[in-house]
Design a protein around this ligand. Structure first.
Ligand code: ADP
Length: 160
């Protein structure tokens, strides 16, 4: 039984994230998604809202579970839950450089952890939560870029 962990801010979850989740769910027996609070960014969605949005977006995948991980290192969460694989998505060379540092840092904390990188699907490699927030803020089109529930939630957020 191989469990894997996909951690991120998911503020909000995009079709790029969903694509990685769908592909990783076929590779591992169980995929756990942790929603981290990134202290350097002010989030648009609260943790419970993000859990709801991600859960709704992946409810067609029975072996995927969403949990909140408000504080502490992701690598410690993995260790405490008997997980040895972390999944990350790579969109560009810039992501690659950043992700290599994180993977190397994680292995200093827990040598048994392996990071598995999945290349972004060509359709989604330009997608980022931050760009989508700019689009949504000015009432731009979100169809096919985020799940429908996320598009609705973003519209509501920016209206209020
Ligand atoms: P973080 O703030 O921790 O980078 P994100 O939620 O933005 O969290 O991303 C989580 C992971 O998903 C990262 O590995 C990131 O590179 C990857 N990712 C983000 N957007 C995409 C996308 N469009 N396609 C593939 N992977 C992506």
């Amino acid at each position: 039984m191989v469990k894997a962990l996909y951690a991120g801010s998911f503020d909000p979850v995009t079709m790029g994230h969903v694509n990685i989740i769908e592909r990783a769910s076929k590779m591992f027996d169980e995929l756990i998604i942790t929603i981290a609070t990134n202290t350097s960014k002010k989030p648009l969605f609260a943790s419970d809202e993000k859990i709801k949005l991600v859960s709704e977006s992946i409810n067609h995948l029975p072996n995927v579970k969403v949990v909140s991980h408000p504080s502490g290192l992701t690598v410690d969460y993995a260790k405490d839950n008997g997980i040895h694989v972390m999944v990350r998505g790579i969109r560009s060379v810039k992501d690659m450089e950043y992700e290599m540092d994180i993977a190397a840092m994680n292995s200093t904390q827990e040598p048994d952890i392996e990071t598995v990188f999945l290349m972004a699907d060509a359709k989604y490699r330009f997608l980022s939560s931050s760009l989508l927030k700019e689009i949504a803020q000015f009432n731009g089109k979100l169809d096919g870029l985020v799940p429908d529930n996320v598009a609705e939630a973003m519209k509501t957020k920016y209206k209020s």
